[in-house]
Write a protein that binds this ligand. Structure first.
Ligand code: FBP
Ligand code: MG
Ligand code: MG
Length: 341
């Protein structure tokens, strides 16, 4: 589809952009548009909390652990509460999956047609050192009938069923980047006006790039194919860039070209990242921007989720680079002895 035919000028407010896009679909009821506005409202509130965090010591460890067994910091809790509240008050969402909650969260909006999976604060280990952090979200249409309580099956849908996905980066400026399946658009927040403005229309990721982003501290447990790909990157004199905040690493590569990899490691045999609220939303965005995402073998969005907090390896970014690493992995696979032969 020609995304440019839907183009709106730089400087359009997010509200207006959402409204105008809805007008392109005369039979749309406006519920998804309202849901996107609810998310934007929550991001403004979370942005305010993050900006104040150094001042009021809100970022210190909270003395709690999340369902992944990781130290939960106070801003994770704050962001989780703010997003849940906005989605509950907005009324469009029946059920939420959050990184911070083991079970699904029922909003009480049984008429709500949507479910949301979210990582309310990504890169939380970076909060207290003032490095960019983010929020990631994914939106699905519920499967269960409206009027009933949403359930886990509503949330365990393949990424191909996403109707929208996005992320917020709280960086040197705050940006909201999202897709509803018609290309990717980025909005920059102007805090003094309390508005997001279209700043990056119709984002496309360069087909190739010279940046690779991976935590090489785990190199001893990389597979032979992955080790060969990293050696290839070095032979090509590619730049290694790794912030340790998925949203920030992904955002840079989306705009400049590159590949982000979180592979299986000894510590995390299925990778560290979560399929529903980290991998799938970024996969949807990157594909809409012309890039690729896989677990090394299978397209991310075609992986069947089995649990709310499933993890999966992530190879995401410029098309040529993702295809290249898949070639290295396939070569390794084809060298493995076939069972019973
Ligand atoms: O330190 P590692 O193992 O490289 O992990 C870094 C990754 O972990 C994450 O922080 C996980 O996200 P959370 O902060 O939401 O748990 C990613 O943002 C990041 O890319
Ligand atoms: Mg995360
Ligand atoms: Mg998180």
């Amino acid at each position: 589809m020609d995304h440019n035919s839907l183009a709106l000028p730089v400087g359009t407010t997010l509200d207006r952009f959402i409204m105008r896009k809805q007008e392109d679909f005369p039979y749309a009821t406006g519920e998804l548009s309202q849901l996107l506005r609810d998310i934007a409202l929550a991001t403004k509130i979370v942005n305010r909390e993050i900006n104040r965090s150094g001042l009021i010591d809100i970022a210190g460890a909270y003395g709690n652990r999340n369902v992944q067994g990781e130290d939960q910091q106070k801003l994770d809790v704050v962001a989780n509460i703010r997003f849940i509240r906005a989605l509950r008050n907005g009324g469009e969402v029946c059920t939420i999956v959050s990184e911070e909650d083991e079970e699904v969260i029922q909003t009480g909006n049984n008429q709500g047609k949507y479910v949301v999976a979210m990582d309310p604060l990504d890169g939380s280990s970076n909060i207290d050192v003032n490095v960019s952090i983010g929020t990631i979200f994914s939106i699905y249409r519920r499967i269960s009938p409206t009027g009933t309580v949403g359930n886990e099956q509503d949330c365990l849908q393949r990424g191909t069923h996403q109707v929208a996905a996005g992320y917020v980066i709280y960086g040197s400026s705050t940006m909201l980047v999202y897709t509803t399946g018609n290309g990717v658009n980025g909005f920059t927040y102007e805090p003094s006006l309390g508005e997001f403005f279209l700043s990056h229309p119709n984002i496309t990721i360069p087909a190739s790039g010279s940046v690779y982003s991976i935590n090489e501290g785990s190199a001893d447990s990389f597979s032979a194919g992955l080790a060969s790909f990293i050696a290839y990157c070095k032979q090509q004199s590619y730049s290694a860039r790794y912030i340790g905040s998925l949203v920030a690493d992904f955002h840079r590569n989306l705009l400049k070209g590159g590949i982000y990899i979180y592979p299986p490691t000894q510590k995390s045999p299925s990778g560290k990242l979560r399929l529903l609220y980290e991998c799938n939303p970024l996969a949807f965005i990157v594909e809409q921007a012309g890039g690729k995402s896989s677990n090394g073998y299978t397209r991310t969005m075609e992986i069947e989720p089995t649990g709310l907090h499933d993890r999966c390896p992530l190879f995401v970014g410029s098309k040529d680079l993702v295809e290249k690493v898949e070639e290295f992995l396939a070569a390794e696979y084809s060298k493995e002895p076939v069972a019973n032969s």
